[in-house]
Design a protein around this ligand. Structure first.
Ligand code: SF4
Length: 151
C-alpha cells in the first residue's frame, strides 16, 4: 500500500510493502506515527524537524520525505491523470489510460522550471494511491513511473 501524507511544508511517502515494523519512526515521533490510530501517520502533532529526523531513521526505505514547495497534487479520475498545481497553474501531470480495468501510466511530465523538487514522484504516488483505493491493477509503460512503482 502506498500513501501520501502532507502538511503545508512537507510530504511523506509511505510504502507498506517495504515496512518491516522496526518502529523507529514511532520512537522518533510517537505523536506522528501511531500504529494504533487511523490513519497511523498524522502530521501536525510534532514539528517538521522531529518528523524528518524520525523518517531518516527508517531502516527499510518504507518512509521518505520531501519539501512540498507550495505545490498541490490532485487526482482527476475522470481525466485519468494526477495534476501538479502552483496556485491555478498546472505545472505537471501523470497520465494513465484504462484497458480491461487495468490502469497504465504512459506519461509523466513536470515543467522544466520545477524540476528537482520531487514533484514527478508525488504525481506518480497520487495515481498509485488512487488505483489502490479503487482496487484496480496498475501498470506503467512510462519508465519513470515504473521505477517509482517498483521502488
Ligand atoms: S521505521 Fe520504517 S520500517 Fe520501521 S515501522 Fe516505521 S516505516 Fe516501518
Amino acid at each position: 500500500m502506498h500513501r501520501l501524507y502532507e502538511n503545508e511544508d512537507i510530504v511523506i511517502f509511505w510504502n507498506s510493502d517495504r515496512c518491516f515494523h522496526a518502529k523507529r519512526c514511532v520512537t522518533g515521533s510517537p505523536k506522528t506515527f501511531d500504529i494504533n490510530r487511523k490513519p497511523w501517520i498524522q502530521l501536525g502533532h510534532a514539528d517538521n524537524k522531529e518528523v524528518w529526523q524520525a523518517i531518516s531513521q527508517c531502516p527499510s526505505g518504507a518512509l521518505s520525505c520531501l519539501y512540498r514547495h507550495g505545490i498541490d497534487i490532485t487526482i482527476d479520475l475522470e481525466g485519468q491523470k494526477s495534476l501538479a498545481l502552483d496556485g491555478d497553474k498546472v505545472i505537471g501531470e501523470c497520465d494513465y489510460d484504462i484497458s480491461d480495468g487495468v490502469w497504465n501510466i504512459y506519461h509523466t511530465e513536470v515543467s522544466p522550471d520545477y524540476k528537482g523538487k520531487g514533484i514527478a514522484k508525488r504525481l506518480v504516488y497520487k495515481v498509485i494511491e488512487a488505483s489502490e483505493r479503487q482496487k484496480v491493477k496498475l501498470e506503467a509503460s512510462c519508465s519513470y513511473a515504473k521505477k517509482v512503482i517498483e521502488e
